[in-house]
Design a protein around this ligand. Sequence first.
Ligand SMILES: [Zn+2]
Length: 368
Amino acid sequence: MTGRGWRLPVKLLGIPLSLDPSFALVLPLFAWLIGSQVPAYAELLATLGLQVDGEALSRGLVPYLLGLTAALGLFMSVLIHELGHALTARLYGVQTRGITLWFLGGVAQLEDMPRQRGAEAIVAIVGPITSAALGALLGTVLGNVEMGSGATFVVAYLAITNVALALFNLLPALPLDGGRVLRSLLALALPRQRATAVAGGVSQVLAIGLGVFGFLSLNLLLMAVAFFVYNAGRAEVQAETMRRAFEGRKVREFMSPEPITVELSMPMERFRALKAWKRHPCYPIVDSEERLVGVARIADAEAAEDEAPLSSLLRDAEEVEAGSDMEAAVRRLAASDLGRLVVVDRHGRVVGILAKTDVVRALEALQS
Ligand SMILES: [Zn+2]
């Protein structure tokens, strides 16, 4: 999850909120799913001693309005869960870039994981505790406040769902909260890299188990969750490998030095001809003092007129200083459109290229 999505015009306790585009699909879907199950829920609630008038709630548009209210409440619950994480992280001095609600719930983007021993476990466990507490609170309201059938239905639905949310998130699979608790506890005894690898292994086994169970019970949502857990767990292990490989290292150690640069005054035809010679998709463009002014893509040159100046193809270069931290550069590279950063010295002169292939090569060298 990145910070993309629709930024909401409100901040909660200083934290920006966004909606992932999948939300637009999921909200009506959930409203419909809950709405179409109202009679079944009413029976379930009756077994818990809660009387709701299932027939009155199933008439006309009522079930779908109830479904919509319950779905909105569900997303509010997820938001409160994520706020629990964000505020606990804040106690450890780690800020939250934003909270994004998406189709399987929410993600609080912490700037970093607190590095204090055991802190990740505390930050993680507060999420399920928050959900369980919210569920208990709603349960108490239910037992003590006289409400109509509609309100009883929604409050009961949310009480049960919050408890389910707490239990689901306690599954010891990365990147769920339970997986983070597991990793943090393992890291008390093992090196962090090893702890992540073990937690990652447990996650994959759980994800596969969940997927098989989802398949056998024809539960599509469960299968989607299993798929998500499997992939996100792997990404988590890879991110840890990267962090370890590049921590404290500088960009200049990994870049390809002395790249071909192109002067802004080069005629279009000659620029185009570079592709017959070297197979780079784009080149750093420099002024007469060798200072970076941007990048130009060969593909753009092929579509351009012969007489057009090279400056008409100029795009902003994603540049990085040779002496800056490799860890941060790798994160930028992962989000880069061109898949490469132009490395410059302190005077803005091009000294290298850092491409995704450089990172892969470095990781391979470190692992062999
Ligand atoms: Zn959580």
